[in-house]
Design a binder for this molecule. Structure first.
Ligand SMILES: *Cc1c(COP(=O)(O)O)cnc(C)c1O
Length: 291
């Protein structure tokens, strides 16, 4: 399957000042709804569901989940029914409206019930032909899809930067680096507090973390939390580059890249690739920060 994710030079005064050669991998351009790493993480899950003769995809997520929306669209385009268990009290927002528009069935469950995903999956009527895809598309099939990004690259890099939520994307990228015998360092930026758990998640998926650095101080208070300096950074970056980012994932990871460059943490002339993991529909819930 052909995908469109150009690898573009990224221009910014800071990169010139620090003699860094920065590129951006535009996974955000893969698809407007099956965006970024979610496309890669779904690929082998959907192939597996098809090969097992399943007709329904069941998944889990928060009310603004990029993964749930991606799955709703992917399911519709490949003829699966889709069901998502949404964490928390019933709410309405544009992401959930679009999920329904794609024909997805949404079931709101309390935070307590949400914890036992296996039980929720089994509680679903007619689950014989249902296939479970974990929150965020995480898991070995997800990592396998993300590993393929490395075969698309036109150049070699000293560093690859990526945001991490579950760590599946980072795990896949690390596997890809190992597969291609690359000495690139993977710079992982967890977007949740206490982000070192990402390392364990990566190891659990069979990925090496010997080639990784974890930058755990760029969570800005926790998942989907923001601070004024992050908002200002996102605003400036979008204005200076014409590339849209959002503050939950790509904003934090790019903030880390800029902060580390300012601290001269990379050698002059370093080649750096930033993975734009997409997820721009999340902005629909955050636009009030930018007023
Ligand atoms: C889901 C998501 C991530 C996190 O990916 P993981 O594989 O869970 O670490 C990063 N960026 C964006 C834009 C996302 O939507």
């Amino acid at each position: 399957m052909l995908i469109f994710s150009p690898e573009q030079p990224l221009l910014h005064p800071l990169y010139t000042e620090k003699y860094a050669e920065v590129y951006i991998k535009r996974d955000d351009m893969i698809h407007p709804f099956i965006s970024g790493n979610k496309w890669r993480k779904l690929k082998y899950n959907l192939l597996k569901a098809s090969s097992l003769g399943k007709d329904t995809l069941i998944t889990f997520g928060g009310a603004w989940s990029n993964h749930v929306l991606a799955l709703a669209c992917a399911a519709a385009s490949q003829g699966f029914h889709a069901v998502a268990f949404i964490r928390g009290e019933q709410v309405a927002n544009p992401v959930l409206d679009m999920c329904r528009l794609f024909g997805m069935q949404l079931i709101f469950v309390s935070r307590e019930d949400y914890k036992d995903k296996k039980r929720l999956f089994e509680s679903f009527e007619g689950n014989k032909k249902a296939f479970m895809i974990d929150e965020g598309g995480s898991g070995p099939e997800g990592a396998q899809g993300c590993a393929e990004l490395l075969s698309e690259l036109e150049r070699e890099y000293d560093h690859i930067f990526v945001a991490a939520g579950t760590g599946t994307t980072a795990a896949g990228l690390s596997m890809g680096l190992t597969e291609h015998n690359l000495s690139t360092m993977l710079q992982v930026v967890p977007v949740l507090k206490g982000g070192l758990f990402i390392k364990d998640e990566m190891n659990a998926l069979g990925a090496s973390t010997a080639n990784c650095e974890f930058h755990i101080d760029y969570h800005f208070g926790g998942y989907a939390k923001v601070k004024p300096d992050l908002i200002r950074f996102v605003q400036d970056f979008v204005r200076q580059t014409g590339i849209m980012i959002e503050p939950t994932y790509t904003g934090k990871a790019l903030f880390a890249l800029h902060d580390l460059l300012e601290q001269d943490r990379f050698k002059k002339g370093s080649r750096i690739l930033f993975i734009h993991t997409g997820g721009l529909t999340g902005l629909l819930g955050q636009l009030e920060h930018f007023k």
